[in-house]
Design a protein around this ligand. Structure first.
Ligand code: GRF
Length: 212
């Protein structure tokens, strides 16, 4: 059983999905939610679920100082894996280097398409027929880390940013717990940039990457 900390800034629906899914996945338990925005819905999600939450406001705090506060909060508990779930503050390279635990993120597009903010709006503006959701390890770049799971979502005629975001979000809520479970059970190998999933460990609907 791996202990998980979630970093969230917004509504916290992915944090809620990760907590809800721990009933189905015995491999992890959410122990802590760190929130950087006062009044964020993620704080309500934490209190309703009975999960410890810490508010570390980042406004007016330098990137390095904020990252240091987050590292200390994580280090004060037994945390094995850290999940970013709509965390809007960019964490500096020093954070990633010092964390020394797997760091995951969820992104509302089929990376490497549309990294950064407003991924759903960029997908609509580009006229793509498919977008989707991606769970990936975090590296030093912006949404560039090795991909753990991703799933396409079709773009429909008449879609708005809101309607596309909502359909992508429901996929996010399913694949983020699946990906976290795979990482918690260490059912993968990192081969360069490729996350090779162990065939035996996969739910039927997840296809493995080709063996090298
Ligand atoms: C999600 O779409 C996530 O992919 C993106 O930010 C949004 C967070 O939503 N990084 P929530 O706070 O989990 O509801």
């Amino acid at each position: 059983m791996k202990n998980v900390a979630i970093l969230a800034s917004g509504g916290g629906s992915n944090a809620g999905a990760l907590i809800a899914a721990q009933k189905a996945y015995a491999s992890y338990r959410v122990e802590l939610i760190i929130v950087n925005v006062e009044g964020a819905g993620a704080l309500t999600v934490a209190s309703e679920a009975g999960v410890a939450a810490i508010l570390l406001p980042s406004r007016g705090v330098t990137r390095e100082d904020h990252a240091g506060e987050v590292l200390r909060a994580i280090g004060a508990r037994t945390i094995d894996i850290v999940c970013l779930a709509g965390y809007t503050r960019i964490l500096p390279p020093s954070f990633i280097a010092s964390l020394s635990r797997p760091l995951l993120n969820i992104h509302p597009s089929l990376l490497p398409a549309f990294p950064g903010m407003h991924a759903q709006r960029k997908a609509l503006e580009a006229g793509v027929r498919w977008s989707g959701a991606t769970v990936h390890f975090v590296d030093q770049g912006l949404d560039t880390g090795p991909i753990i799971l991703q799933e396409p979502v079709s773009v429909e005629a008449g879609d708005t940013e809101e309607s596309l975001s909502a359909r992508i979000l429901s996929v996010e809520h399913r694949i983020y717990p699946q990906a976290l479970d795979l990482v918690a059970r260490e059912q993968y190998e990192l081969r360069g940039r490729v996350v090779a999933l162990h065939r035996s460990a996969q739910p039927a609907e997840i296809r493995s990457l080709p063996e090298k």
